[in-house]
Ligand binder design. Structure first.
Ligand SMILES: [Cu+2]
Length: 452
């Protein structure tokens, strides 16, 4: 979990980086410095220092790539390279990514900007970068062999184009694509509207859905996997170590979700209804926005949804495919519900005295027991809340809505304490005083005036 100290450290690091670049500026600038990130902690949003104002995005367990201005052009430097990504405390994967991490850093710019993106290839094979959803010249589209030759190992290519529309986009290789995406090469590209009054929000979160097949006890994804992935990740991170979405009560909030896995993911958020405001095709007109509580993110697509954070609490947000809120497991484990294992248990204990039969009453016992696991492996069901084990993994996090959270403060406020009379209780024969009253009513804050 990110804490205040890490956030402060992150801001200081970004400031140091920008100052070295300012000192190095000349009229004939070389390659922009390639910023690197060595931690999976969520980094503070980067406020604009030039051009139109915008509210910067926050990439969960990720960061935003710094840029420099060069004669009115925003210059970025991506480095495609092997990385070590901490997917959760105690589990690191050997992936391919950008600038030290998978997923790659978020690129953030403004409609009307001209961007120049230097891509250096430090992989053992050629690569390219496709700018998913963007309207740009054909030769900048990043399809290796079609738009331009693949970028050979050791070389740097330049992509340069105008950002003619705002919205939510992605980037990923279009070269040996199955391998390079299975290894974790992908990132987000957000273009803010030129008009700062166009649908502004106070908090703007980014989640890239990705998936890996990494055998327990190993480090490198099986790149030939087509459907049976065992790690369902957000920004190459798994629960219980995906950071919470920390929100101040009353904030307008946007969550932008992209999907570069091989299957669709119905993302479900508790406690709210919301409206789909943007896709990778553009902004959805207000009159066409549907109310939802789950939104299916198709393969190769992005969806952004907006809501007003009126309801305080700890609200689950997760993929609704229940196998996607589990960590590495064998999908071929037999079902033991209702099976009488007593005879087998007695026999197994003759050779393995600590043997515990599991799964005969469901699998929740998996979450409570400290099972011996191979190195570099996270339990299938994990995470502890204020009231016990959460029995979750993979694509799961918590939206934490509280009053009095300062702008740009994304540090974990801890668990929500339910006010008296608002938490499910064990019935012992009569109703407690609070709910017996004539004026008892649900303690909900005001409904949003209009989420659109
Ligand atoms: Cu899913």
């Amino acid at each position: 979990m990110m804490n205040r100290r890490q956030l402060l450290g992150a801001s200081a690091g970004a400031a140091a980086l920008i100052s070295t670049k300012a000192a190095g500026q000349t009229s004939n600038m070389g390659l922009p410095e390639a910023a690197m990130m060595d931690t999976a902690a969520t980094q503070a949003p980067v406020r604009p220092t030039t051009g139109p104002d915008y509210n910067p995005v926050v990439t969960l367990n990720g960061w935003t790539l710094p840029f420099r201005m060069n004669n009115g052009v925003k210059e970025f430097h991506l480095v495609a390279e092997p990385v070590e990504r901490e997917m959760a405390e105690g589990m690191t994967a050997y992936l391919w990514g950008y600038n030290g991490q998978s997923t790659g850093p978020t690129i953030e710019a403004v409609e009307g900007d001209r961007v120049r993106i230097f891509v250096t290839n430090k992989l053992p094979e050629h690569t390219s970068v496709h700018w998913h959803g963007m309207i740009l010249p054909s030769g900048m589209d990043g399809v290796s062999g079609l738009s331009h030759p693949g970028i050979p190992p050791g070389k740097t290519y330049v992509y340069e184009f105008d950002l003619i529309k705002s919205g939510t986009f992605m980037y990923h290789p279009h070269a040996d694509e199955m391998v390079q995406m299975a290894m974790g090469m992908m990132g987000m590209f957000v273009v803010h509207p030129k008009d700062p009054t166009f649908r502004p929000v106070d908090r703007d979160f980014l989640i890239m859905l990705n998936a890996f097949d990494i055998d327990p006890g190993t480090y490198v994804p099986r790149i030939m996997e087509m459907t049976d992935f065992n790690l369902w990740t957000w920004n190459s991170r798994i629960f219980p170590d995906i950071d919470p979405l920390v929100v101040n009560q009353g904030d307008k909030v946007r969550v932008r979700v992209g999907n570069l896995t091989m299957t669709n993911h119905p993302i479900h958020m508790h406690g709210y209804d919301f409206k789909v405001s943007c896709t990778d095709g553009g902004w959805v007109p207000e009159a066409a926005q549907w109310p939802e509580v789950s939104i299916d993110i198709p393969v190769g697509a992005m969806r952004a949804y907006d809501f007003v954070a009126d309801h305080v609490g700890d609200w689950a947000i997760h993929c609704h495919k229940s196998h996607h809120t589990m960590n590495a497991m064998g999908h071929d484990v037999p079902t033991f519900i209702g099976v009488d294992k007593r005879q087998a248990t007695a026999k197994i204990r003759q050779v393995q005295p600590e043997y515990m039969p599991m799964g005969t009453a469901g699998m929740a016992d998996m979450a409570e027991m400290a099972m011996p696991l191979p190195d570099n492996t996270i339990p299938m069901m994990a995470g502890w809340g204020p009231h016990g084990p959460l029995e979750m993994g993979g694509m799961f996090s918590v939206v934490k809505v509280r009053p009095g959270i300062a702008a740009d403060d994304y540090s974990d406020p801890g668990w929500y304490e339910n006010p008296p009379g608002t938490q499910a209780w064990e019935w012992t024969g009569e109703l407690p005083e609070l709910t017996r009253r004539d004026d008892a009513r649900t303690l909900l804050t005001d409904r949003p005036k209009s989420a659109g």
